[in-house]
Ligand binder design. Structure first.
Ligand code: UDX
Ligand code: UDX
Length: 434
């Protein structure tokens, strides 16, 4: 099938490359000419495991091309995906200007029947508005369908999530579009849920909000564990084995970040408000997340007393492991607060160092993890990179001025770290060690 992606960022590029891998003919369009030139040379502007091979391999086979032209996207794709940004506005509502603009542009170039699919995360009823817009600007009255097909990919394992999804959600206005979408996804063995447009759009916001709720639930429990003398990871394990609860997204930490959860939650609260419902539960989820971030920061400040003139070794800058994305990264937020209070921050991240430094110039980026400990008054783990478990912690301990270790992701074994001479503090680990 001929498929076009309009917007070739994280979502558009990864989804396009996966469609090509499934055997479709894919054209990825972006209005950033520099990005298109880079992609056409086989260079990938983002770090996503497995993506580079997929892009290069499929480009070589002639199944994946790049362009800056929306007209070409409309000409090429029977199915045209909208994967443009839907950023938050200061009041939490979603900025839909790119979606609207691309819808108008597509309408102007429509010559034959096309399926226009919204993959960007949008408020419920956006699909209806996209359909109205296309109808208005499509002066030749060409037939078309609008579909909502939300993405559920997690950065860092996006390729896997796209090729092995738990489900495929297809929201349509007419059955013909559902058949085309099912054909597009036929090579993937996953349950397909066909709904109306509004329900599909809601599934996305409802799912992300629920996952954020799970994280805030376990983070709130981490506070109870610290006070009561219990271990939140053991509590999560015991809870998670109940299939009705499930183990996923019950990892306590420093609060969720990233380009989706904070923004989607704010948007969903706002959307609910506009629909006349005060979604108090979700407001509390967001408040608990802010508290969790604040508590972790204060824990460190309390231990160091004054941050000025202190050196903090920071492990992790990305908003989570296996990505170089630092958008809404809690790790970066921490770094920024340390710097604001006059500390020196020596940081290491396996892939996000350069991106982080572009945002926070004062960061001192180390080339290897152990180096953050040199002359440090404390070391903080802020991203759950697996490789941090395997650092030479004994050597790091020797390089530190004082042995304070704050493990914001509960990556390390507390008893082992205490045996190495550290004063260890995790999250929700209230059990006495040693
Ligand atoms: C975006 C949305 O922000 C998110 O809500 C949605 O769920 C999926 O799409 P992402 O792919 O992570 O997420 O954004 P980004 O990496 O910024 O990519 C968007 C791309 O669209 C950029 O490459 C940008 O240059 C391009 N773009 C933007 C266009 O091609 N046309 C436009 O009019 C605007
Ligand atoms: C999320 C959704 O999972 C995905 O389905 C959606 O399409 C986009 O948003 P992503 O933001 O890439 O994906 O990352 P995710 O793995 O969900 O993590 C989000 C944040 O929550 C990270 O900061 C992560 O560290 C944190 N997290 C996640 C926890 O603190 N505990 C957990 O148990 C899981």
């Amino acid at each position: 099938m001929n498929v076009s992606m309009v917007g070739s960022g994280y979502v558009g590029l990864t989804t396009g490359a996966c469609f090509a891998e499934l055997g479709h003919q894919v054209l990825c369009v972006d209005n950033d000419a520099e990005k298109v030139a880079l992609l056409s040379r086989g260079e990938i502007p983002i770090y996503e495991p497995g993506l580079e091979e997929l892009v290069r391999g499929n480009a070589a086979k002639g199944r994946l091309r790049f362009s800056t032209s929306v007209a070409e996207a409309v000409d090429h794709g029977l199915v045209i995906f909208l994967t443009v940004p839907t950023p938050p506005q200061p009041d939490g509502s979603v900025d839909l200007r790119y979606v609207e603009k691309v819808a108008r542009e597509i309408a102007r170039h429509l010559r034959d029947y096309r399926v226009i699919v919204d993959k960007s995360t949008v408020p419920v009823r956006t699909g209806e508005k996209v359909a109205q817009t296309i109808a208005r600007y499509n002066t030749q009255g060409v037939d078309f369908d609008v579909v909502s097909n939300p993405e559920f990919l997690r950065e860092g394992c996006a390729v896997h999530d796209l090729l092995h999804p738990d489900r495929i959600v297809i929201g349509v206005q007419r059955p013909r579009a559902a058949e085309i979408m099912k054909e597009l996804y036929r090579p993937i063995a996953a349950p397909v849920v066909v709904t109306d447009l509004n329900s599909a759009e809601l599934i996305k916001h409802a799912s992300n909000s629920f996952l954020a709720l799970k994280i805030s639930y376990i983070n709130a429990l981490s506070q109870i564990c610290e006070r009561a003398g219990a271990d939140v990871d053991l509590v999560a394990e015991g809870m998670g084995l109940d299939q009705r609860i499930g183990k996923a997204f019950l990892k306590a930490g420093i609060g969720y970040g990233g380009s989706c959860f904070p923004k989607d939650l704010a948007a969903f609260i706002r959307i609910s408000e506009e629909l006349g419902y005060d979604f108090r539960l979700l407001k509390e989820v967001a408040a608990i997340n802010e508290e969790q971030k604040e508590r972790f920061f204060k824990k460190i400040r309390r231990a160091l007393w004054v941050l000025e003139e202190k050196t903090i070794g920071l492990l992790g800058l990305a908003f989570k492991a296996n990505t170089d994305d630092v958008r809404n990264s809690v790790a970066l937020e921490l770094a920024s607060r340390f710097l604001r209070e006059g500390a020196r921050v020596r940081a290491y991240d396996p892939v996000a160092g350069r991106k982080a430094q572009r945002v926070l110039r004062e960061l001192e980026i180390c080339e290897v993890g152990e180096e953050v400990a040199r002359g440090a008054d404390c070391v903080v783990i802020a991203t759950e990179w697996d490789e941090f478990r395997r650092l030479d912690w004994a050597r790091m301990r020797k390089w530190m001025i004082s042995p304070l270790l704050f493990d914001g992701r509960n990556l390390l074994d507390p008893a082992h770290m205490v045996a190495l001479g550290f004063q260890y503090e995790g999250v929700g680990r209230g059990l006495r060690i040693g």
